[in-house]
Write a protein that binds this ligand. Structure first.
Ligand code: UDP
Length: 195
């Protein structure tokens, strides 16, 4: 998807619907997609942390604008972005997509009780997708066992609710072993999904 640079980050000029269709087509073609929904906190954190800025410049396939301030920045620069695309909304639409296509989903992140409640909600509301694994988000990134468990589950979609920057570092680490999968950090979304 075409990109527009705002505050040093290459945002995808895409609507949520275009991105969802792109993800579906790429999954059909056996191609993975790593998405970051960049909110203002992420943008500011990247400005202060060169290592994270480098990750954002090199790892994600698509970075969406998750904030009206970012949209405003695009307008001021005369390079407007079509709309805000949030992690939570994108996750819900992609769960629907996974459900329709009977695809494999892994949920990782948040406290054990929260991810368990999120899993229960997913099983209830999206009965045709295959929930191939869940894990809480309180592990050390240097612990390769967690990454291996996700890889071994062969998910089509990994939703990682570890908060930033942990979720992006985790997804970057597993990505080479899951080249056909959709990967996205979803921040505090499981807390919402769990209800
Ligand atoms: N979280 C986690 N592991 C950690 C730190 C946080 O799983 O080591 C989870 C936390 O339980 C919450 C989510 O990450 O569900 C988002 O946390 P926060 O609101 O701090 O991050 P943001 O939404 O701003 O990315």
């Amino acid at each position: 998807l075409p990109t527009i640079e705002i505050l040093g980050i290459n945002f995808s000029a895409t609507t949520q619907a275009q991105l969802v269709a792109t993800v579906d087509q790429r999954l059909r073609d056996g191609q993975g997609t790593f998405v970051v929904t960049a909110n203002p906190e992420i943008v500011m954190y990247a400005r202060a942390h060169p290592e994270y800025a480098k990750l954002l410049a090199t790892q994600p396939d698509e970075i969406t604008a998750d904030g009206v301030g970012i949209l405003l920045g695009g307008k001021i620069l005369h390079t407007p972005l079509p709309e805000r695309v949030t992690g939570y909304d994108l996750m819900l639409v992609l769960l629907q997509q996974a459900n329709q296509a009977h695809r494999r989903v892994y949920l990782i992140g948040a406290k054990a009780a929260v991810v368990a409640a999120s899993a229960a909600r997913v099983r209830r509301d999206y009965p045709n997708l295959e929930l191939v694994g869940t894990h809480d988000g309180y592990f050390d990134l240097s612990d390769a066992k967690v990454a291996q468990a996700v890889i071994d589950a062969r998910p089509d979609y990994v939703f990682a609710a570890l908060g930033f920057p942990k979720q992006e570092y985790f997804l970057s680490a597993i990505r080479p072993k899951l080249p056909h999968a959709f990967l996205m950090g979803v921040g505090g979304s499981f807390d919402v999904l769990a209800g």
